[in-house]
Ligand binder design. Structure first.
Ligand SMILES: [Zn+2]
Length: 287
């Protein structure tokens, strides 16, 4: 797995958790200002160090002996190095089981929080990373949800949320909710005439797509491929009217893109796992 981390959070006083991209940092500046004050972009305690080689290759990596300070959900945790490690990461995320109703409820709550945050600021700039956003509002580490009678409550696993800006091939194998703005929409057909679609997200450094495999419309929450095509065309219309302004949040597994080895897909397998412009799948199809 890649150990060349692209982003880190600055904890230097006055920086208010600014995100730093490794290519924008210089060795002198790092030594003078940031050394010892950078932490993991996923919100973990682990400190991050910066390397700039003579050939000008720049990257971040985990501070020596702090690999275990990355959270269990973080792809940079020391246990996830190598092929076997990736399997452990995958197993960790597969163990998170939530019903379709709960996933949709969580996404709605998250998107409402995000929309508030964005409307508070005039500039469209990525809000704080995953863990911090959670602390501000809605999703605690352990979430209690009552059953239909509101009696028994149960501690359910959390969902991890992340700005698409900070998703990369390092996240392959994770399952999380990725949010961002849609830059364009594509509906395609494979050789067997199966339909599939992509929403490309507006990001600076990695290609991140929301991807819809056949499973998305081949389940009981969808009425099939024609409805799916209506959905995609409605989203396309919206995005053409408001490019890079339509917010999406989608929960799925992060997988590698076939045609772009530096790009990733967020693979969404059910209509309850996505909101576009704060609307559900059915709301967009039938509005
Ligand atoms: Zn981490």
């Amino acid at each position: 797995m890649a150990r060349k981390i692209m982003y880190a959070i600055s904890n230097v006083e006055g920086d208010s958790k600014k995100k730093i991209y490794c290519e924008n940092l210089e060795k002198n500046e790092y030594e003078a200002k940031y050394k010892g004050y950078l932490t993991c972009i996923k919100g973990c305690q682990a400190r991050i160090k910066f390397t700039q080689r003579k050939n000008d290759i720049k990257f971040f990596s985990t501070w020596n002996k702090e690999g275990n300070l990355h959270e269990k959900s973080c792809p940079y945790h020391v246990d996830y190095k190598g092929k076997m490690g990736r399997k452990k990461l995958n197993a960790y995320y597969q163990s998170i089981e939530l019903s379709e109703e709960i996933i949709l409820r969580r996404l709605k709550r998250k998107m409402e929080g995000l929309l508030k945050q964005y409307s508070d600021e005039d500039i469209i700039d990525p809000p704080n990373g995953s863990m911090e956003v959670d602390v501000i509002g809605e999703d605690e580490v352990a979430v209690f949800e009552g059953d239909e009678n509101g009696k028994k409550s149960e501690c359910l696993p959390r969902i991890y949320y992340e700005d698409a800006e900070y998703i990369s091939t390092d996240d392959i194998g994770c399952r999380k909710s990725v949010y961002g703005f849609i830059s364009n929409v594509q509906l395609e057909e494979d050789k067997k005439k199966g339909k599939y679609a992509y929403f490309n997200l507006a990001t600076k450094h990695s290609t991140v797509n929301i991807a819809f495999p056949e499973a998305f419309y081949s389940n009981e929450l969808s009425s099939g491929v024609q409805e799916f095509e209506i959905y995609v065309s409605k989203v396309k219309e919206l995005v053409q009217k408001h490019p890079n302004k339509i917010m999406v949040i989608a929960y799925g597994e992060i997988t590698r893109k076939k045609k772009d080895k530096n790009g990733v897909n967020v693979s969404v397998i059910s209509p309850n796992r996505i909101l576009v412009d704060n609307k559900t799948y059915k709301q967009l199809v039938y509005r």
